[in-house]
Write a protein that binds this ligand. Structure first.
Ligand code: ADP
Ligand code: MG
Length: 249
């Protein structure tokens, strides 16, 4: 996949030849220095932006084949997002925030599923509370519940722990990892934090819009060590995994 922002002399190739497959039930961290193309990658992979060339496939569907309406529908029903800013609506309760995307999609919220996902993120006793009554970590857990309630094919997270302290970040990362282990959720998370990335099964390093390195079964130490070598390009193929749920090429 290639993505060029802007036109002519002002154009920037934010992604240049990125080819990656995410296996179903895998947890991948995407790392790289500022400006390396992480957000551009996530936006293209999640159908929020279209690549200049190449293909993005989510759960067997080539996103380029979809018009805007169909793409919006697929994003609502098959893709989850979590951002650094929790993006909760302050006037709505936890439960209402979680069911909002379903209501936008014209669907009645399945009460059992909503209760299940609220329990999963440990907020059963906070379901009627509003965001300002919750800690930052609790608010991010609401955002994760909102993303998971539709059982997305892929959950994309852009610096989900960027605004959290270390202990709260660990809670949120543990929750993401549990979704992968227990529910077979596929998670792709952008982070600059080696400790956060160590919760993933695989780490992909971007540098100047290309895949510069990959690590499987990472520890915070091996990640930190690889980060110091970023910029030295070695486009090593990662380990294959059966049952790809998404591909960017
Ligand atoms: P990261 O998230 O790793 O910091 P980005 O994907 O945001 O990287 O940006 C990659 C490159 O593309 C950078 O050089 C950035 O300046 C450029 N870029 C990102 N978005 C735009 C945009 N909308 N218009 C022009 N250039 C952009
Ligand atoms: Mg970014």
């Amino acid at each position: 996949m290639r993505k060029v922002h802007g036109r002519g002399s002002a154009s920037v190739a934010a992604l240049d030849g990125v080819d990656i497959t995410f296996g179903q039930g895998s947890f991948t961290a995407v790392m790289g220095p500022s400006g390396s193309g992480k957000s551009t990658f996530l936006h293209c992979a999640a159908g929020l932006d279209r690549p200049t060339s190449g293909t993005v496939t989510v759960a067997g569907q080539d996103l380029a084949e979809l018009n805007e309406n169909a793409l919006t529908k697929l994003r609502r029903e098959r893709i989850g997002f979590v951002f650094q800013a929790f993006n909760l609506l302050p006037t709505l309760t936890v439960e209402q925030n979680i069911t909002l995307p379903m209501r936008f999609a014209g669907k009645r919220a399945d009460r059992r599923r909503v209760a299940e996902v609220i329990a999963h993120v440990g907020l059963t006793d906070r379901a009627r509370h509003r965001p300002h009554e919750l800690s930052g970590g609790q608010q991010q857990r609401v955002a994760i519940a909102r993303a998971l309630v539709v059982r997305p094919a892929v959950l994309f997270a852009d610096e989900p722990t960027g605004a959290l302290d270390t202990r709260t970040a660990a809670e949120v990362l543990g929750l993401l990892r549990e979704s992968v282990r227990i529910d077979g959720q596929t998670v792709v998370m952008v982070t600059h934090d080696p400790v956060a990335a160590s919760y993933a099964d695989h780490v992909v390093f971007l540098a100047d819009g290309r895949i510069a390195d990959r690590v499987s079964a990472p520890t915070a130490d091996t990640i930190a060590e690889r980060m110091t070598h970023l910029g030295a390009f070695a486009d090593a193929p990662g380990p294959g995994r059966p049952g790809p749920i998404g591909r960017v090429r």
